[in-house]
Design a protein around this ligand. Structure first.
Ligand code: SME
Length: 150
């Protein structure tokens, strides 16, 4: 049950003894370690005024894709669509940036501050078609609360 992780997520977010980046990294680690179908978890944020995303805190294998132009890949598409993007099978996507050949599916949920799309949480899974509406609601919950500390 993803919902059972929500108190722990809130505990991390509200711990003002740690920097925001440390807290975001701790959320990534918590999610990656607690959810079987979460193999890479990271935050991307708009890079200043540029039309591009920059990788923030993450858990999982390092990625070469630290900068992603708006419109490119699943992440870049969410930066312009402002909508959740659930990809059950990454091989079926034309506009997709592969980070690892083991990845089968991906979910990206935008993060809004005062109604503005400032970034997103991105999760890769090595399991085919693992994401449901429960993941979407859970990740929306996380982003709503992360927005309060940005
Ligand atoms: N697959 C993403 C790129 C980021 S990696 O998954 C970490 C995309 O297509 O935008």
């Amino acid at each position: 049950m993803l919902q059972s992780l929500e108190p722990k997520v809130l505990e991390i977010i509200t711990d003002e003894t740690k920097s925001v980046d440390t807290r975001l990294g701790d959320i990534c680690e918590l999610l990656r370690n607690s959810v079987d179908h979460y193999d890479w978890v990271g935050f991307y944020f708009r890079n200043g005024d540029k039309e591009e995303l920059k990788l923030g805190p993450y858990a999982g294998a390092p990625t070469d894709h630290t900068i992603i132009p708006f419109g490119k890949g699943i992440c870049g598409q969410v930066a312009v669509s402002n909508q959740n993007f659930v990809v059950p099978d990454v091989a079926a996507q034309d506009n997709y940036i592969a980070c690892s050949i083991t990845v089968k599916a991906e979910i990206v949920v935008p993060l809004f501050v005062n109604g503005k799309n400032v970034g997103q949480i991105d999760i890769d899974s090595n399991t085919p078609d693992p994401f449901t509406e429960e993941d979407e609601r859970f990740l929306e919950f996380i982003n709503r609360h992360v927005a309060e500390i940005l």
